[in-house]
Design a protein around this ligand. Structure first.
Ligand code: ADP
Length: 259
């Protein structure tokens, strides 16, 4: 009685962390039990563990105990646990990590309430009532495209993503299919975001598409607003803020009231 695909992602994330942060050949134990109306799982590894001061923050976006950041041996953006917590809490469950300290392994715990067999199946409905919408992301940094794609896929399966690596590519893409929302970077090779915005605002087919600009420079905020951007987000941005702005802008499309 659960969203099995979403819960499988959670289990995969916990298992791959246990493997990623353990030395080769070490043992990983999974205990599964039912008690007090709850399903419980505990995944215990003998890996590098987590320092106690980091444990309370480990479920935040982009959180990592690793001081080297993502590496080839240990790729990861630090989003897996944050997304897992969201899914588990939508199922009224709980997820937490325990670690006696660095070098002493880590246990990931998961509890999920058991429901009556005839209860309706839970679905992690990312956002109820969002029709199919197309979002164009104009960004030349592939890592940022990945993050945005992840955030957007978490909002709704009804959001279709198109990407363009430059202003010129964006114009080509829009010619083929007009998006409902454009999310764009400012600093891009060739035509930058502000020039792209100016062009979009001059064309009748595109002058009303909501645009959210992402920039690392606060000075670009006014330029972007003057050029007709509805929203400007300063990098690095928070996932919750990003999601709520995207939803607000898509809402204006749904009701036909462009700001
Ligand atoms: P990612 O694995 O992509 O970095 P997660 O959100 O899944 O992101 O994990 C966040 C951080 O928590 C990891 O970068 C790592 O520092 C720490 N962590 C998670 N699971 C374990 C584990 N089993 N052992 C040690 N550290 C862990």
């Amino acid at each position: 009685m659960a969203d099995s695909a979403a819960l499988a992602d959670v289990c995969n994330n916990l298992l791959s962390n246990a493997i990623k942060f353990s030395p080769p050949g070490s043992v990983i134990r999974l205990r599964v039990s039912v008690a007090a109306g709850q399903a419980q799982a505990a995944l215990q590894d003998q890996g590098e563990g987590i320092p106690p001061e980091l444990l309370p923050r480990i479920f935040e976006d982009f959180s990592t105990a690793s001081t080297q950041g993502p590496t080839r041996a240990r790729p990861g953006l630090g989003l897996g646990l944050a997304l897992s917590k969201q899914v588990v809490e939508l199922h009224s469950g709980a997820i937490w990590l325990e670690s006696p300290g660095p070098g002493q392994g880590c246990t990931a715990n998961l509890t999920l309430p058991l429901t009556e067999p005839d209860r309706p199946v839970a679905v992690v409905e990312r956002t109820a009532g969002l029709d199919k919408k197309r979002v164009l992301v104009v960004e030349d940094n592939p890592d940022l495209i990945d993050i945005i794609a992840l955030f957007i896929s978490g909002i709704s399966a009804n959001l279709e993503l198109a990407t363009a690596r430059s202003g010129f590519e964006a114009l080509e893409s829009i010619k083929n299919q007009v998006p409902h929302l454009i999310i764009m970077d400012v600093m891009m090779p060739g035509m930058n975001g502000i020039e792209l915005l100016n062009r979009l605002r001059r064309l009748p087919a595109t002058d009303r598409i909501p645009v959210m600009v992402l920039t690392g420079y606060s000075e670009a905020t006014r330029l972007a607003r003057d050029a007709g951007a509805q929203e400007v987000l300063l990098k690095p941005f928070d996932r919750k803020v990003f999601v709520s702005k995207v939803l607000q802008l898509l809402q204006t499309v749904q009701t036909g009231q462009h700001p």
